[in-house]
Design a protein around this ligand. Sequence first.
Ligand code: AMP
Length: 311
Amino acid sequence: MPPNPNLCPHETNFHCMFIFKKVADLQGWLNDERARGRSIGFAPTMGALHDGHLDLVRMAKRECDRAVVSIFVNPTQFNDPKDLEKYPRTPEKDTELLLPAGCDALFIPPVEEVYPPGKNFRIHLDFRQLDEVMEGVFRPGHFEGMASVVNRLLDIVQPHRLYMGQKDFQQLSIVRDMLRQLNSPVELVMCPTRREADGLAMSSRNVRLTPDMRAAAPVIHQTLQWAKTAFETMEAAAVQAQALEKLTRASLQPEYFDIVDGISLLPVPTRADSNFIVACVAAFAGEVRLIDNLVLRGDSGFKGLWYVIKF
Ligand code: AMP
């Protein structure tokens, strides 16, 4: 039977997805949904979607009445213009993937909708060491750009829950701190890292790997797993040195392999120094920069497949 045009699409059996390019149009729809008492889950992305992104959408849909996804390749978080230029863009394929994952609204704005000319949306918060370590050392300015766009998108969408991946652990830590500093009512949900069968963390950047580098890249996850076992008996400095050697031997070019406290992101010398310890790594596989992480100790907050970080 064809859909009844007098009914809202969500009141029919047909699942459909709205696509908005303008802030005002998206907000009109969101206001209507909120007025009907519906909760909103939001997953910001930069597109070139894979199953890791879709997990965020599925989780948002499971937890909230409406799942909203944004696709916006944020120019202000790229410190390397070549990286921005080469960032994969596949909007048609993304749209096809989002519908069956349960997305209700896709926001895919042009740059001037997110950053209208003449207005300044940069936020200047003090993240203390959180944005100075690891990625902060190698990608100066990245986190200020990232926090600013997440803040801007949250301002536009005003979701109940924000869904982000463990894959970008430092990003998640900074967003958590930003929400705390801004007294935001938004609940942050961390979704576990989705991996390929050989352990490589899914990433939009993986399509740019050469066959040789694709073959080498799983060593990143293997090294993290080795570190988890090694850290039971060895100190962090020794684990770190051997991990960097393993990555280099596999023809990868590591930038860092750090063992840190899962909240403060400060180095943890031994297993006894924290009950939530994460190993974080960044390495070039040829020209492609990959990051990954693994919890070495502590699962506080994990609830089955995922956990909610509340404040
Ligand atoms: P991006 O499009 O790379 O900005 O990522 C958008 C969101 O998807 C972020 O919250 C990422 O942490 C998350 N994400 C990216 N890759 C994965 C993955 N392999 N597993 C789970 N979440 C991911």
